[in-house]
Design a protein around this ligand. Structure first.
Ligand SMILES: Nc1ncnc2c1ncn2[C@@H]1O[C@H](COP(=O)(O)OP(=O)(O)O)[C@@H](O)[C@H]1O
Ligand SMILES: [Mg+2]
Length: 274
């Protein structure tokens, strides 16, 4: 490790949280993770692993799902943010882009982007400048700015959802499954843009993805969730090279995807038998 490198600031700290739905269904069973300032952190795992639940726990959006954080702590810049109003979190710089690229279908792309600035009090000029910034990152949105969002493509709607989040001037974006339902080429394009926003604007991302392959190419660090538990974590480059990750998440095995946890306990059993 480079001794002269400045200490990295931990922006978000999730410490051993449990989430229960409907008072009975335990979905997150002690999840811990950290997001470094200026980094892209990937939260990986298959369908139902608990990625969306984790993001919603952070941005306090579980209420409407009859879910609640029943244990653990969530801190943003050292401050406990559990129970904070989502709008207050947006003012603090934390914003979530929901799974399924929610745009207001009947509004134009530009109107959608402007709704992202609703918590801001820094004036029209600043908002206008950021609209231009979003158009610079997403030239496609500029072309489509007068189109009703409901008539744009899935890729354009995903761009619109991310662009709208950027309009709130966030420090950290919780991005839920940006690749969902999009063609590989578009996924690549969207991740490239996320990467350049991260590098040029210093924005931090917590990125939930089933698409391990693409996420680990763009992220700096990663966590793998299975059934509400972190089963593995590390630098993205190390995870990419990890034989278990290769086998079970990067589709480099003939057997298809098995549970990572099953394999580990199987290996453990084998060791005991040996
Ligand atoms: N509102 C809810 N009520 C009850 N169970 C839920 C609710 N939302 C999600 N779950 C369950 O929680 C688990 C994790 O879901 P989710 O966080 O959406 O996973 P992911 O985003 O990784 O696909 C799943 O088993 C899912 O069925
Ligand atoms: Mg999800």
């Amino acid at each position: 490790m480079d001794e002269t490198a400045p200490a990295r600031e931990t922006l978000l700290e999730v410490n051993n949280i449990e989430v229960i739905y409907n008072h009975v269904i335990l979905v997150l069973k002690g999840v811990s993770l950290a997001v470094q300032k200026g980094g892209i952190t990937a939260l990986l795992g298959g369908n139902g692993a608990g990625k969306t639940t984790t993001l919603k726990a952070i941005s306090n959006l579980l209420h409407s799902e009859r879910g609640a954080v029943t244990k653990g702590a969530i801190k943003y810049r050292g401050e406990v943010i559990q129970g904070r109003d989502p709008a207050e979190l947006v003012k603090k710089g934390v914003i979530q882009v929901m799974e399924g690229r929610h745009c207001f279908q009947h509004l134009t792309v530009e109107e959608n982007l402007l709704t992202g600035a609703y918590t801001r009090r820094d004036g029209k000029g600043a908002v206008e400048a950021d609209l231009q910034m979003v158009y610079d990152y997403f030239p496609r949105l500029k072309e489509r700015r007068r189109s009703q969002a409901g008539y744009t493509s899935g890729g354009e709607q995903q761009m619109c959802a991310i662009g709208r989040a950027l309009m709130s001037r966030p420090q950290m974006v919780l991005l839920d499954e940006p690749s969902m339902g999009l063609a590989p080429q578009l996924v690549e394009q969207i991740f490239e843009i996320v990467k350049s926003v991260n590098e040029n604007e210093g924005l931090s991302f917590l990125l939930a993805e089933q698409n391990t392959n693409v996420a680990l190419r763009f992220a700096h660090t990663g966590y793998i969730l299975e059934s509400g538990r972190v089963v593995m974590e590390g630098q993205a480059a190390d995870l990419r090279e990890n034989p278990d990750v290769k086998e079970f998440y990067l589709g480099m095995s003939d057997e298809g995807r098995k549970s990572f946890r099953d394999v580990r306990s199987y290996r453990r059993r084998k060791r005991w038998l040996a």
